[in-house]
Design a protein around this ligand. Structure first.
Ligand code: NAD
Length: 253
């Protein structure tokens, strides 16, 4: 694992069946790999076939799936069957103020970031209700769910919606043994972050600006987010639901 030294696996998810969305790269991939290491049967869904093939080599059961397609999500999740844990990581960053956000980008943001969660939770919840057990983990962001950032109008609106849906699910299903929590990361090293940095005229300055807004003086790693997801997926977090778990290098403090 990159960056921080992680504790050795101890089977914290042994016997659990899990779905991770956006499992081909970045945070979703790190979560899927960590869950495999901790003994879970992990089903990873993504649209990136080439990266999914690499994920399969790490022991993840892979499914080529567009998570914004409700019918496809329902069909794939039905094929996987009931699960103990859903970690939903699908997300797309749209750059710009509200005036700079075209209607198609606004709609795409909600389709990818919010509708995908709606489809995924509706596909797993009936099985969790039947089992009277389950943990749903949504990847929100500190962006707008906790603090306004420039040029994140659509992204921030969707991540606030992800947090709102998280809290609604937690409230509606708390009596049925189901927990739902959101992780709100600060800036994390990932392939899409690198692509966004490379798109600036001066990528070196752009990276420095991303780091400058992190009081710890560095970006987070996907593995650090996966460590928090592991806690939320495991029974160790049994008393925790409806929270926005902040992991941001002190950025919103
Ligand atoms: P990433 O953006 O590098 O990768 C995203 C993955 O999602 C890719 O594998 C892509 O193929 C997949 N994907 C995209 N559309 C899909 C679809 N319709 N169906 C299925 N899969 C699809 O990963 P990341 O930067 O680690 O981001 C993961 C999540 O974490 C996102 O929700 C993002 O908003 C959130 N997040 C990221 C950061 C960060 O700084 N990287 C910070 C806060 C929150």
């Amino acid at each position: 694992m990159k960056g921080i030294k992680m504790t050795a696996p101890t089977g914290r998810l042994a016997g659990k069946k899990v779905i991770v969305t956006a499992a081909a790269q970045g945070i979703g991939r790190a979560i899927a790999e960590r869950f495999v290491q901790e003994g879970a049967q992990v089903h990873g869904c993504d649209i990136n076939e080439a990266e999914l093939a690499k994920a399969a080599a790490a022991g993840i059961h892979t499914h080529l799936l567009d998570c914004s397609d409700g019918a496809a999500v329902a069909a794939t999740f039905a094929q996987i069957g009931p699960v103990d844990v859903l970690a939903h990581a699908v997300g797309w960053v749209c750059h710009g103020s509200v005036l700079e956000t075209a209607p198609e980008d606004w709609n795409r943001s909600f389709r990818l970031n919010v509708d995908s969660m709606y489809h995924a939770v509706r596909a797993v919840l009936p099985g969790m209700v039947k089992a009277q057990n389950g943990s749903i983990i949504a990847i929100s962001s500190i962006v707008s769910s906790l603090k306004g950032f420039p040029n994140r109008a659509a992204y921030g609106a969707t991540k606030a919606a992800v947090l709102g849906l998280t809290k609604s699910i937690a409230a509606d299903f708390v009596g049925q043994g189901i927990r739902c929590n959101a992780i709100c990361p600060g800036t994390v090293e990932s392939p899409s972050l690198q692509a966004r940095i490379n798109a600036f005229d001066d990528p070196v300055a752009a990276r420095a600006a991303f780091i400058a807004r992190q009081p710890m003086g560095r970006l987070g790693t996907p593995e650090e987010i996966a460590a928090l997801a592991l806690y939320l997926a495991s029974d160790e977090s049994a008393y925790m639901s409806g929270t926005a778990a902040i992991i941001d290098g002190c950025a919103t403090n």
